[in-house]
Design a protein around this ligand. Sequence first.
Ligand SMILES: CC(C)(COP(=O)(O)OP(=O)(O)OC[C@H]1O[C@@H](n2cnc3c(N)ncnc32)[C@H](O)[C@@H]1OP(=O)(O)O)[C@@H](O)C(=O)NCCC(=O)NCCS
Length: 151
Amino acid sequence: MKWIRIRSATTDDLDAIMALEESCFTLPWRREDLEIDIRENILSAYFVAETSGQVCGYAGMWMVCGECHIMTIAVAPGHRQAGIGAMLFMKLMDEARLRGANRYFLEVRMSNAPAIAMYEKFGFRRIDVRRAYYDDNGEDALIMCRDDTPV
Ligand SMILES: CC(C)(COP(=O)(O)OP(=O)(O)OC[C@H]1O[C@@H](n2cnc3c(N)ncnc32)[C@H](O)[C@@H]1OP(=O)(O)O)[C@@H](O)C(=O)NCCC(=O)NCCS
């Protein structure tokens, strides 16, 4: 396995992140929105995965009312199934935990079996469905949650 470095994203990574968005999603985020999140949104945290100096994955989250909302995660097609997604996901959750989160939420396309498998591996449960959530094909979104609230 290649050496992978996970680090905070900067606006210098935007070209690489947009390339990931285009290659990984049918509804890519707008560059302007990502730029605001990375540059000035104090509630967000974005990380990139690098190998041989090249960005091969990225992930981001928002803290909302003390809860972590996983906003995005993507690994370049040629680098998948090598543990990079899991590394990015753990980094997001660690950062959220440091910021006081003990509940984590995300939305994922119903058909996205690899992502759902990863989230379930990290203890996320299926809690609800948003019907016809995605504009491109009307697909439903699965809402998943991990709740570490002390009982
Ligand atoms: C989801 C994604 C980020 C996973 O990244 P990855 O680097 O391939 O994931 P990893 O190699 O770290 O695998 C972590 C876990 O994910 C699951 N997984 C990953 N790829 C899988 C596949 N093709 N089929 C089934 N499970 C898969 C497994 O549970 C795996 O754990 P394991 O290796 O112990 O079995 C990647 O597939 C991706 O970028 N997809 C396109 C973008 C996307 O859909 N993002 C999620 C939006 S909600």
